[in-house]
Design a protein around this ligand. Sequence first.
Ligand code: MN
Length: 427
Amino acid sequence: MYPSNDPKLRSFIPVDPDSHFPIQNLPFGVFRPKAGGPPRIGTAIGDLVLDLALLEKKRFFKNFFLLPDLLIFSRPNLSNFMALSRPVWIDIRSQISRLLSGADPTLRDDSRLRGQAFYKQSEVDMLLPVEVLDYTDFYSSKEHATNVGAMFRGRENALMPNWLHLPVAYHGRTSSIVVSGTEIRRPCGQTKKDDAPDPTFGPSRMLDFELEMGFFIAKENPLGWPVPVNEAQYHIFGMVLVNDWSARDIQRWEYQPLGPFLGKNFATSISPWVVTLEALDPFRTSGPVQDPSPLPYLQNSGDRSYDIQLEVWLQGQSMPEPHRISRTNYKYLYWDMFQQVAHHTINGCNLRLGDLIASGTISGADPSSYGSLLELAWQGTKPIQLPNGETRVALLDGDRLTLTGWCQGDGYRVGFGEVTGTIVPAG
Ligand code: MN
């Protein structure tokens, strides 16, 4: 097997040290050339996109499971590829790595083929990578849950009694999951001020983002059969950045007793490149100590988390460039992905290929590492300062919000690119 994760590996395609897409990454995404043509699957390398559908048609990939006529990359989503299971993903990634390293000179030495197979990233539109069947959003950051609880219930009762014993979650909606770059229309709804007797209707005045990451399920479990925590990794294909846009004023009035609804389901944005667990493997790290110890079905040890640096950037309409408003890390999450899968299925609930499972807002301990405006501006009481003199307690029309994240290697980064969205006025 080709050593795809070797830190010393280099591609014949030049890649900057701070690019998110060196040969050690090789994420999968769906793109369409701006010049035309059907959607298809590619991988990112430096500033380029490699058309895997073309290489597939030319029979570059060889695998026991790949029948000659089975096209997995000439598709508008990753489902067929994800269905092939982890040994195949690893083998195909290794073959792509070999081609891009030049160890196999086929691509390196054929300028005509290279002209057909590579696109500049600026020459393509990225599409949703996966047809998302179900969407679950966890609430796995202890710092975030504590902050929100302190605002709504006071410091003494910040964490609900169940929080340290199980990863809390709610079922979201898939129809409004959109790819990075999609404009976000300000939602309207019912809101009620604390001192007002009745609710009023209108555009949300407390529009917020939530910095999250999510993962896609590929291997299904049958209804009635839980996934053990130590097998969960074989069910997960890869990860993306997630912005769980939230209308706090709508959420606050509607959420009891059944939880989030219209304050959340108007839009959820994801980054277009799915970074595989294989590419993330060198960046595994221990998570926070769990005290009290979870029940046995949730017990997980060793390097159960990932060291992924995360940043939030905001650019208002009159700002010449984006300004970083938060910096945090995925490794701060209390509950890990494998515990989330184990808990989600412990009652026999079946996860399906294409399910998106998100982490919940990722906040660190320091106020500069909070993952939402609700926390950064502490419920409107501490407006954040922007370099042009403006302040924010909520997102304004015209604001462009960008989440980005990467794992830092020695001289290279395995990154997620970004997920961005601009707020447009209510309809
Ligand atoms: Mn959320």
